[in-house]
Ligand binder design. Structure first.
Ligand code: SAH
Length: 208
């Protein structure tokens, strides 16, 4: 049953403009149901955000695919993710890049996500419990940064930890709406391009 739904989801993503076959194949390979609480598993391949506990959500597959596509990942890239949540987005990135560094501010979620990475034998994700807006200075510079919580402003730490030519993709709060913005660092300045409207949980400071 999940397999039929998975094929339907992949077709839906293709129709919605996800043309990168590596991303579609990562979505096919990573079992999204493992990142979702049992009572929602029958909806794992619906194109929906779902609750993961602690008032947080796993993002909608289309949004995961779209943000991943905007990142233009190469297999030798080192990626930073802010907002591990369920770990699903990190797992998708782990199939496309050399290494993924992911930061989560809610300890309980981080522990659960790390357990799923272990179960799936994913060994190129490094996760830590911290406020992601501070970045991960021991691992700089990053080729790509993805923020998966609605952000008001890219912190100075984040903008300084991305490589020249690197890309940051984040949902940004804009007049009571949220939009995906892709920033490219050119001559040390972030140039922005606007994409889809989205709905993410907020990016919060500190840890809990
Ligand atoms: N990428 C996740 C999306 C989870 S929702 C997934 O695939 O499931 C966003 C997550 O960002 C939540 O778990 C929330 O706790 C976390 N978050 C919000 N602000 C953060 C911050 N400043 N640093 C680290 N994590 C943050």
């Amino acid at each position: 049953m999940l397999d039929v739904k998975k094929i339907r989801l992949i077709l839906e993503l293709r129709e919605a403009g996800i043309s990168d076959t590596k991303i579609l194949s990562a979505i096919e390979k990573i079992p999204r149901e493992k990142f979702i609480p049992e009572n929602f598993r029958n909806q794992a391949y619906d194109n929906l955000a779902l609750p993961i506990g602690d008032n947080q959500t796993i993002s909608q597959p289309f949004v995961v695919a779209k943000m991943t596509q905007l990142l233009e990942i190469h297999q030798n890239h080192k990626i930073l993710e802010i907002g591990t949540g369920s770990g699903y987005q990190s797992a998708i990135l782990s199939k496309l890049a050399r290494r993924v560094y992911t930061i989560e501010r809610i300890k309980n979620l981080l522990i659960k996500a790390e357990k799923v990475f272990e179960d799936l034998k994913i060994s190129n994700i490094v996760a830590k419990y911290a406020d992601g807006n501070l970045g991960w200075k021991e691992q700089i510079p990053f080729d790509r940064i993805i923020i998966t919580a609605a952000t008001n402003k890219i912190s100075k730490e984040i903008s300084s930890q991305i490589h020249e030519g690197g890309i940051i993709v984040s949902p940004m709060v804009n007049n009571n709406k949220q939009i995906i913005i892709k920033y490219t660092k050119i001559n040390n300045v972030l140039k922005s391009e606007i994409f889809d409207d989205v709905l993410f949980v907020p990016n919060l400071s500190g840890t809990e």
